[in-house]
Ligand binder design. Structure first.
Ligand SMILES: Cc1ncc(COP(=O)(O)O)c(C=O)c1O
Length: 382
């Protein structure tokens, strides 16, 4: 067994899943995936791909058509000028893109600045790469937005990378243009790489829009943008995403990607191409539904004594403050599983600064959200 991998502890997200395993009549508000079925025209494209025998390896980078479609999307929506031939790699999901980036660009001991609370799936990838994770606490009062001055304070001569996730899992924060401009100044001053996870870019509310740090002049060669189809198009099981980086960095990233996957699934690539280039009203519809659920769950939580919940601007999670319960977030999450049969994720699963919060996903029906919140209220007040 590799000591490096064995030393990575089981994440709090996994612990809570283990705790809930086998229980009946559970409402899972812990799961970060759309409850919608992948839109029909995308499924049809996959069927067509199979029927046509398009079932072989593709080039390592991905089929040229999808790389061109991604480049066009990046130009039109993200204002990023990316060369589809040398600067885009199609991956087996965003998670795989991030792992490949870590293996390709980090050496043991390199310092990587992340926000705390931080998406736990990426913590594992950073640890396996031997990186030293340097957390910057984000605060509820600031709607969990990272403060660029606090990033600056954490920079040392070992800092190599800053990881941004916006819209954010677990907090729902969306970083604004001003903050991203300040972070880009820091990256330029200290010669840092920035990894920007924009997987929730289309899931924003109240006229808030995603802004891509890679579009800021001077950031082209130091930004690695990762994204995927899982959340926008309800395609979690298809395992398809992409990474953009300048040609120099891409050499190493595709080497790692090749060693793990050879290429992304050919059928999923064809389906993702149709997702990108086909009608987008399916996305609008899903986001509209998430918005309804977002308002409802925030409202219901704020009506439950002990919960204080700021309304998030992106993704599909709420991150309420539960400090009034005077127990750890893990204890509270376990209590809710045991007594209410509702699964949530303790904030501590996302870092020290997540303690005192719970993460609830609203990627589930309004009916289930209402039932879950009624059960929670009954257990905690009855
Ligand atoms: C911030 C973030 N990035 C990446 C992923 C994984 O995405 P994919 O399914 O594309 O691997 C998730 C899944 O929850 C996520 O929340």
């Amino acid at each position: 067994m590799s000591k490096r991998v064995s030393s990575v502890p089981l994440s709090g997200v996994r612990k809570i899943m283990e705790y809930a395993k086998g229980l009946q009549d559970i409402i899972p508000l812990n799961i970060g995936e759309p409850d919608f079925v992948t839109p029909k025209h995308i499924r049809e494209a996959a069927k067509k791909s199979i029927d046509e025998g398009f079932t072989h390896y593709t080039t390592i980078k991905g089929i040229p058509e999808i790389r061109r479609a991604i480049a066009e999307k990046l130009m039109n929506e993200n204002k990023m000028d990316v060369d589809p031939e040398n600067e885009i790699l199609v991956t087996a999901g965003t998670q795989a893109a991030f792992s490949a980036v870590c293996q390709a660009l980090l050496d043991p001991g390199d310092e990587v600045i992340v926000q705390d609370p931080f998406y736990s799936g990426y913590e594992v990838a950073l640890r396996i790469a031997g990186a030293k994770i340097v957390p910057v606490s984000v605060r509820e009062q600031k709607y969990f937005a990272i403060n660029p001055n606090e990033i600056k304070e954490k920079v040392t001569d070992k800092t190599k990378m800053v990881v941004l996730i916006s819209p954010n899992n677990p907090t729902g924060n969306v970083l604004n243009k001003h903050t991203l401009n300040e972070i880009s100044d820091i990256a330029n001053d200290h010669d840092l790489l920035v990894v920007s996870d924009e997987i929730y870019e289309k899931i924003t509310y109240d006229d808030v829009v995603n802004y891509s740090i890679g579009s800021i002049p001077g950031m082209e060669d130091r930004t690695i943008t990762i994204n995927g189809f899982s959340k926008t198009y309800a395609m979690t099981g298809w395992r398809i995403g992409f990474v953009t980086a300048c040609e120099k960095l891409m050499g190493n990233i595709s080497k790692v990607h090749h060693s793990m996957n050879v290429c992304a699934c050919s059928i999923s690539q064809r389906a993702a191409l149709v997702a990108l280039t086909g009608p987008q009203d399916c996305v609008t519809k899903m986001v509209k539904e998430y918005d309804k659920r977002r308002r409802e769950i925030t409202n219901l939580l704020n009506k439950t004594p002990g919960f204080e919940c700021k309304i998030p601007k992106g993704a599909f999670y709420v991150f309420p403050n539960v400090k009034q319960f005077k127990m750890s977030s893990m204890e509270l999450a376990k209590l809710l599983i045991k007594k209410a049969r509702v699964v949530t994720v303790p904030g501590s699963a996302f870092g020290k600064n997540g303690e005192g919060y719970l993460r609830l996903s609203y990627a589930t029906s309004l009916e289930k959200i209402r039932e879950a919140l009624a059960r929670i209220k009954k257990v905690l007040t009855g």
